[in-house]
Write a protein that binds this ligand. Structure first.
Ligand code: GLU
Length: 491
């Protein structure tokens, strides 16, 4: 027999911003498909009619594309097992529901929300697990008729066998057991005719020939219900792999408190898709080696579900920044400009309508940020000194640097020599600092630190040899003079 083709799917509910956890699930599936020459299916689970929107679906698709993930079958691209949007598959679900009803494996339930809530409360009061106790399990056709005549709209429940242990064989978590008594007959079709997630997902995964269901741990507790549906319909189970929760750094469930949670927020902040993919892959998966920076190709080669851990993955923003910064530095100058320019425009540092000379200068300035930023929105922050000459000393320590007794001698020579520099470039600026050191017999730091503080207000930052040529002699000296005046230094 030919080896079974690997078929995975990503099945988001389009109910809001595309969460970083969803992107991680999509990525793990996509990596499995691409590594093993399988197929990736994108199915939209939009049965929550109130919360689902086309706008959210479009966001998800755009985010997946931005992250470099494609799909072989699914919404937009089609495929042999479509349609791929659940609300377009209602007649398919109905066929199976009719079958289950005819076989007595499912039944109509006429209980109202109020009745169900009362039952729930009563069970809770007795210290029992709330579940449906089967009031409508054995209604006769006449009783059903009567209830319909009262205007009640039934839902449909699956008959769940008592006293069974349901075992989920999980790729990541091993065998996980559930007691069927804790489940109770659950709704598979709501009174408005719309199937529930646990029901539709099984029919879809089965008819779409999904071999591996890789999804978030949140769904592990749904899986026994789904297994009951597989059994009732006589469908073959796929392999399940539930990937761990994503926690914030404080080990509580990742939420807005921990920073941006949607893919779009990171895109807007100027993170790179390759940085996000790299970071997401490491949220649960670990390679065999110490390697931390991966291209998408390397991830495809090295990824394997066998190395996905079951302990929770911690979302560490510092790590994301570090990884993204590494990818930023690998960008070509052209690509770096593409990332940086929108942020520079947003900050009001450029308009895109500058003359050629200004454009060339802007390009030189912007490219210096490449080694100093982790993501795009940081570019205007680290370059702000090129766009405003107003600044304060960073702190008292920085201000104190200018009070050193050696400062006037350094400044005197700088003001004499800097205007003579030609051309004003990095090597010449460095050479001048050496010359000042030699003449004043001071160490390197005693020369460049007061110059740096007077020029920027800061003890840290880009090299002076980088800044001075970009600011030009005139601006450099004016900024330094203003700081010295502010600090009361005469020379
Ligand atoms: N629609 C579900 C969700 O977005 C997908 C669950 C699954 O992958 O089975 O959470």
């Amino acid at each position: 027999m030919a080896k079974e083709e690997i078929r995975v799917r990503f099945a988001p509910s389009p109910t809001g911003p595309f969460h970083i956890g969803g992107a991680r699930s999509a990525l793990f599936n996509w990596l499995v498909a691409r590594k093993l020459g399988g197929k990736m299916v994108l199915r939209i689970e939009d049965t929550d009619l109130k919360r689902s929107s086309r706008e959210s679906e479009e966001n998800i698709k755009a985010a997946l594309k931005w992250l470099g993930m494609d799909w072989d079958e699914g919404v937009d691209v089609g495929g042999p097992y479509g349609p791929y949007r659940q609300t377009e598959r209602l007649d398919i679900y109905k066929k199976y529901t009719d079958q289950l009803l005819a076989e007595g494996k499912a039944y109509y339930c006429f209980c109202t929300d109020e009745e169900l809530e009362a039952e729930r409360q009563a069970l809770l009061k007795e210290g029992k697990m709330p579940r449906y106790m089967g009031k409508c399990r054995n209604l006769t056709p006449e009783q059903q008729e009567q209830l319909r005549a009262e205007g009640r709209k039934p839902s449909i429940r699956l008959r769940v066998p008592a006293d069974e242990t349901i075992v989920v064989h999980d790729l990541v978590r091993g065998d996980v057991e559930f007691d069927s008594n804790g489940i109770g007959d659950f709704v598979i079709v709501k009174s408005d005719g719309i199937p529930t997630y646990n029901y539709a997902v099984v029919i879809d995964d089965s008819l779409m020939h999904i071999t591996h269901v890789i999804r978030a741990e949140e769904h592990l507790s749904n899986t026994p219900r789904q297994l009951l549906v597989y059994e009732a319909l006589g469908f073959k189970q796929p392999v399940f792999g539930h990937i761990s929760l994503i926690l914030g750094k404080d080990h509580t469930k990742m939420s807005k408190r921990h920073g941006a949670t949607s893919v779009d927020q990171y895109r807007q902040l100027g993170y790179l898709p390759e940085g996000i993919d790299n970071f997401l892959a490491l949220l649960g998966w670990a390679p065999n080696s110490e390697q931390e920076i991966f291209t998408m190709q390397e991830l495809i080669q090295q990824f394997s579900m066998e190395h996905v851990a079951k302990n929770p993955a911690v979302f560490d923003l510092d790590k994301l920044n570090w990884i993204n910064g590494k990818h930023m530095r690998q960008l070509s100058d052209e690509d770096f400009m593409t990332v940086a320019v929108p942020h520079m425009e947003k900050a009001g540092f450029m308009t895109g309508k500058e003359d050629t000379a200004k454009q060339a200068w802007l390009r030189r300035v912007i490219l210096t940020a490449k080694n100093h930023v982790d993501f795009g929105a940081q570019v205007p922050q680290v370059l702000s000194m090129y766009f405003t000459d107003e600044f304060d000393f960073e702190n008292a320590e920085a201000a104190a640097v200018l009070q050193e007794a050696t400062v006037p001698a350094v400044m005197k020579m700088l003001f004499e020599e800097l205007p003579k520099l030609s051309p004003v470039d990095g090597p010449n600026v460095k050479a001048l600092f050496k010359k000042i050191q030699k003449t004043t017999k001071l160490g390197g730091k005693a020369v460049f630190m007061p110059i740096r503080v007077a020029l920027t207000g800061n003890q840290h930052g880009p090299e002076l040899a980088e800044m001075v040529p970009l600011l030009g002699i005139e601006r450099t000296l004016k900024r330094i003079q203003d700081s010295l005046t502010k600090a009361g230094i005469k020379f």
